[in-house]
Design a protein around this ligand. Structure first.
Ligand code: ZN
Ligand code: ZN
Length: 411
């Protein structure tokens, strides 16, 4: 089997990429201004009219086909290249988190209880600048670029809404490759990194309710106490994970909440356990979600209790396509410089709804380091911290990376 052009090594002096990082740097004032504007006014969930309007405004004047979502405040912009060819999708998410901001930044959130602590403001701004950069090079594009501005990444399944509304067919042809960048404060600024295969986990929340019979704390033999049954479940669930699942296709199970009872001398009728399940494959996810209620039901029965089980379905695992991820690392090396493009050793057990795109299209989620100057990456306040800072100089690397991926796919 010979190498296809798309899989051949990227020559460092490939003319398609010449000046790409410089062009991204020239857009830096625009990127930073939009980012700071979004950062001041974070919006949550699927409805973010102000952010959507900012994106639409920033794209004005470019020859793009722009549509807005119906079930959510998304923006899809399609750039047609000069020649026919495949479709590539670039994603940037737009939503913030429900939390206070204590970053001390001059452009900190002006909306109480809301913060762009996951850096989605930076993703939106970088994607707008990538659209501008690629627009200026559309003569070099054979095919089309779909820019996916997505609300509702933080638990609201925004990507699924956009897929249901046709983002993977935007521009009239199925998307053939996709890239999402995620900024991180805990990696060296400007470094783009990812790994082939699993990169982020599934995340499902589950709840077990154990029901016994209430009574006097002095006479437990006249009651059916759900508390020891619930306590036994905590240990049994951890044992189940280590005995029933391979360490090479792992599951992480955390019981984050246990509640029962009201006072010291009353046996309550019910006890509750609530937890999260993280996995890296659909198979392990399905099997673990079947095993948790089984373990709890049988343990409960051994204690004379009944149990009920509820799942709040979260995101599927995010799996990077092997070839696309390898290509992204090569491109990072050649476009951003040879020290950019290390392979991540391990996946992260956090979740991302770009997984819905990656389930349908060969895709890669890659991380863009943005540790602020003067701080060690492993000491920087991480994403989701009320004190997180992102180094803005990394934005040019993100813009160049998005553009390089599109130029490479649409050669
Ligand atoms: Zn987040
Ligand atoms: Zn995020």
């Amino acid at each position: 089997m010979g190498m296809t052009p798309a899989d051949s090594p990227v020559p460092a002096d490939d003319p398609r990429f010449s000046g790409l990082l410089e062009a991204a740097r020239a857009l830096q004032p625009r990127t930073v201004a939009l980012r700071r504007q979004l950062h001041k006014h974070p919006e949550l969930g699927l409805r973010l009219p102000r952010s959507q309007a900012a994106v639409l405004h920033a794209l004005e004047g470019l020859d793009l086909h722009v549509t807005k979502g119906e079930s959510c405040d998304s923006v899809v912009a399609v750039l047609n290249g000069a020649r026919p060819g495949p479709t590539v999708l670039l994603r940037g998410d737009m939503d913030a988190l429900s939390m206070p901001e204590d970053s001390g930044l001059a452009f900190a959130s002006e909306e109480p209880g809301r913060m762009h602590a996951c850096g989605h403001d930076t993703h939106t701004a970088m994607l707008v600048s990538a659209a501008r950069l690629l627009h200026s090079r559309r003569e070099a594009l054979a095919g089309r670029v779909v820019f996916m501005f997505q609300p509702g990444e933080e638990g609201h399944h925004g990507a699924r809404h956009m897929i249901d509304e046709g983002v993977l067919q935007a521009g009239g042809r199925p998307v053939e490759r996709a890239l999402a960048l995620h900024i991180t404060a805990t990696a060296t600024s400007g470094v783009v990194t990812c790994r082939p295969g699993p990169i982020m986990a599934s995340a499902d929340a589950w709840l077990v309710r154990v029901t016994g019979r209430g009574g006097h704390g002095a006479m437990p033999f006249h009651a059916i106490d759900p508390v020891p049954a619930a306590a036994a479940m905590v240990g049994a669930l951890q044992t189940m994970v280590t005995r029933r699942f391979s360490v090479f296709d792992p599951a992480v199970l955390t019981v984050g909440r246990i509640t029962a009872g009201t006072t010291s001398n009353v046996i309550p009728e019910t006890a509750e356990l609530e937890g999260t399940l993280r996995t890296l494959s659909p198979e392990v996810r399905a099997r673990a979600l079947a095993e948790i209620p089984k373990v709890c039901e049988h343990l409960g029965a051994a204690h004379g209790c009944t149990t009920s089980f509820e799942v709040t379905t979260g995101y599927p695992p995010t799996r990077n396509d092997e070839a696309v991820a390898a290509r992204v690392l090569e491109l990072a090396g050649s476009v951003l410089g040879s020290r950019f493009g290390p392979v991540m050793a391990d996946p992260l057990m956090a979740a991302e709804d770009f997984s819905y795109v990656a389930e349908q299209v060969p895709s890669t989620l890659a991380f863009l380091g943005a540790c602020p100057p003067g701080v060690e990456p492993d000491e920087a306040p991480p994403n989701h911290s009320n004190r997180v800072h992102f180094d803005e100089s990394a934005f040019a690397h993100g813009v160049a990376m998005y553009a390089a991926f599109a130029l490479d796919t649409l050669r």
